[in-house]
Design a protein around this ligand. Structure first.
Ligand code: NAD
Length: 364
């Protein structure tokens, strides 16, 4: 039987729910009928060769529950595509709140927002011990956008416990040379920052910008407006938490333009919260440019996707690449997987280049 990858999860929200559902969903599939995966096998690991050994959250409706129950507890609202998950035997533990909880989240009905648990918060030493005792190999960060301090707290826990780190959120760790060198010195791999979705607004926007470049069309102005109704979008109503999210999403598009657009001609970001959309995200993308003879053209696109399974389709590969690097004793920021899987990697490539690099990394 294949060895299992032992993971820990920070933030048992919608993305964690989709990922864990997927681990069980693909157990009963054969490679030829498994839909929705970029890779059936990476380094000998199948999508279901992943075990959840530790989980941390701060919501009263999740802390203390088995992970298999916590993922279906409010305010999680993503699609349930794998309802019958057996007891996993891992209970969600109270983490450290730090800046994971934004004050404005108190102003909404409990079914839409986070409800703080009054369980005692774990110290860093306790979190590290839990990771060590459960032999966690890869720690995944799924905290809300704007959790700068909390992300650094858990990244430090990963370093102290000897875990690889997959940073799914736009707090700059893998792309921050200081943090990347801490992981390098510890001999631990890190993938980040800010996971791209399988077919999400970022990759579609980048591919269209790349198309303009390849076909000789001058891109003059572009926007990407996004709406959704999950806690990720609710949290992002506090605009002070958005600086790095905006930078990450905007740079992902700027990185593939023929010539950088001046700031006023590019607008990319989360735009509004629409409660009834739940985990459905809608992106409106517009590109304006000039083609042959300086003649103007524009392109409008509307993308509708379930946000969390869309990220899980990438996370399931990121986890396996992190484990592959652990097996190879490769520490530091993993340039190739980060470039293909994340919006704000240490080094940006076009998606075609990044895909090739990641295949080379897997097959090395
Ligand atoms: N397609 C996508 O869904 C996608 C893409 C890129 C990035 N992301 C990012 O991934 C992150 C997770 O997204 P989500 O939709 O699962 O969000 P979510 O709001 O559903 O989940 C966040 C979870 O973190 C918990 N939490 C808050 N503070 C905490 C703390 N200090 N310690 C432990 N847990 C804490 C919350 O209680 C909640 O369960 C977000 O930052 C999001 O922007 C998502």
């Amino acid at each position: 039987m294949a060895q299992k990858i032992k993971i820990g999860i920070v933030g048992v929200g919608n993305c964690a729910s989709a990922l864990i559902q997927g681990i069980y969903y693909y157990k009963n599939k054969q490679p030829e009928d498994a839909i929705g995966l970029m890779h059936w096998e990476i380094g000998g690991y199948k999508p279901f060769d992943i075990e959840i050994r530790a989980a941390f959250d701060i919501d009263a409706r999740k802390v203390g529950k088995d992970v298999s129950e916590a993922i279906f507890s409010p305010p999680n609202c993503t699609t349930i595509f794998c309802p019958n998950i057996p007891l996993i035997g891992t209970k969600v533990q109270m983490g450290q709140i730090l800046d994971g909880f934004s004050e404005h989240m108190k102003n909404y009905d409990a079914k839409y927002t986070f409800v703080l648990s009054d369980a005692p918060q774990l110290s860093q030493e306790e979190v590290v011990n839990i990771l060590k005792e459960n032999q966690v190999e890869v720690l995944l960060n799924y905290l809300p956008v704007g959790s700068e301090e909390a992300t650094k707290f858990y990244a430090d826990c990963a370093l102290k416990a000897g875990c690889a780190f997959v940073n799914n959120i736009p707090v700059f760790i893998a792309s921050n040379p200081k943090w990347a060198s801490k992981f390098k010195n510890a001999g631990l791999p890190i993938i980040g920052d800010d996971i791209k979705s399988q077919v999400g607004a970022t990759i579609v926007h980048r591919i269209l910008v790349d198309l303009f470049k390849k076909r000789g069309v001058k891109l003059e102005k572009t926007y990407q407006l996004n709406t959704g109704g999950n806690t990720d979008f609710l949290n992002m109503l506090n605009r002070t938490r958005l600086a790095s999210k905006k930078e990450s999403k905007t740079e992902a598009v700027q990185a593939v333009t023929a010539k950088r657009l001046v700031d006023e001609n590019i607008h990319v970001g989360p735009s509004d919260y629409v409660a009834w959309q739940k985990d459905n995200k809608i992106a409106f993308i517009r590109l304006e440019g000039k083609l042959f003879g300086d003649v103007p053209m524009n392109l409008e696109l509307r993308l509708s996707v379930e946000d969390s399974p869309n990220s899980a389709g990438v996370a399931i590969d990121a986890i396996r690449c992190a484990k592959l690097a652990l097996d190879r004793k490769q520490g530091g920021a993993l340039v190739e997987p980060s470039a293909y899987f994340c919006k704000h990697p240490p080094i940006q490539f076009t998606d075609d280049q990044a895909r090739k690099l990641v295949e080379d990394f897997i097959n090395a």
